[in-house]
Design a protein around this ligand. Structure first.
Ligand SMILES: [Zn+2]
Length: 300
């Protein structure tokens, strides 16, 4: 199977940390290695970033992140480079080199892993010099350190993917001071009655029957004795009549109001009341005792 080159000096080279002899040797390798050329091109934006980031903390942060995201593939190149003997350097510089180079190679490992594992990652080879110009290019021109933006693998610069699932819906509760028209009903045929309008204590709950399209909205305003309840029914062809049952959090049931929709209309707003303040739900019940719409209340 195709196994791309992951050269141990690519990180140090990208950071300009190679000694002259190492630099010459690596550049000789680089001229013939499309993998390293590609890796360097993909690393370029990250190397720019590293100029403003503390290398040691980046190693720690990236290492922790990879442990979480790629548990099955530890970045072997990191071990290779960090353990690579560099006896010529003073101790403190060795530490700096190891940390900085490891930071880059962690990213190299990340890039390589993403490139290997994703068939969608575009890996576009950099343009090869024409054969006739190869000799001159090889001796004079520096290797390409920056690729055009379109050649950078998108995966190397994308932020971590976040959960894109639907956010949990908050309880449907709208202050009555900002009334919204009943869905499907025009503003002009929504009749406002009762004390709920303009009352900051009012809470509004909605329910609908997906089978019939009937919608019901209940506004609850606490009172000294219990609560005022306003019901708006829509998309229910008259003549119909029934009751609005309030099911309390204690499990008891009260009739909050009786409703009637005359023939020729399909909407009504009515005011009633209960002696309770805390509700589990409201049920719109028809003349036959059948529940037409349930309006859940999520007040806890
Ligand atoms: Zn290489």
């Amino acid at each position: 199977m195709f196994d791309p080159c992951v050269h141990p000096d690519v990180g140090a080279y990208a950071l300009g940390l190679l000694e002259p002899d190492e630099l010459a040797a690596y550049e000789r390798h680089l001229r013939g290695c499309a993998d390293c050329t590609r890796t360097l091109a993909g690393l370029d934006p990250l190397v720019q970033l590293l100029g403003t980031v503390d290398a040691a903390s980046l190693v720690a942060a990236t290492g922790a992140g990879m442990g979480h995201r790629f548990p099955e593939r530890p970045p072997e190149p990191v071990v290779t480079l960090v353990q690579r003997p560099r006896p010529a350097h003073p101790y403190t510089r060795r530490l700096t080199l190891a940390a900085a180079a490891a930071a880059v190679v962690v990213l190299v490992g990340l890039v390589t892993y993403v490139a290997r594992s994703s068939v969608h990652t575009p890996v576009i080879p950099l343009a090869e010099p024409p054969p006739g110009a190869a000799a001159a290019t090889a001796t004079t021109a520096p290797p390409p350190r920056t690729a055009p933006a379109s050649n950078r693998p998108a995966a190397t610069t994308s932020p971590p993917r976040r959960n894109t699932g639907p956010e949990p819906s908050p309880p449907r509760r709208t202050p009555a001071s900002t009334p919204t028209p009943t869905p499907g009903a025009s503003a002009t045929d929504t009749i406002k009655v009762g004390p709920a309008g303009g009352n900051g204590n009012a809470e509004r709950y909605d329910g609908s029957d997906p089978a019939t399209g009937t919608t019901a909205q209940v506004e609850v305003v606490p009172t000294a004795a219990g609560a005022d309840v306003t019901l708006t029914l829509a998309h229910l062809s008259g003549p119909r009549e029934g009751t609005l049952l309030a099911v309390t959090t204690k499990g008891t049931t009260e009739t909050a109001l009786r409703w009637r929709i005359p023939a020729g209309t399909d909407e009504v707003t009515l005011l009633g009341g209960t002696t309770s303040k805390a509700f589990e739900r409201f049920d719109v019940v028809d003349e036959n005792g059948r529940v037409l719409v349930t309006i859940p209340v999520n007040s806890k």
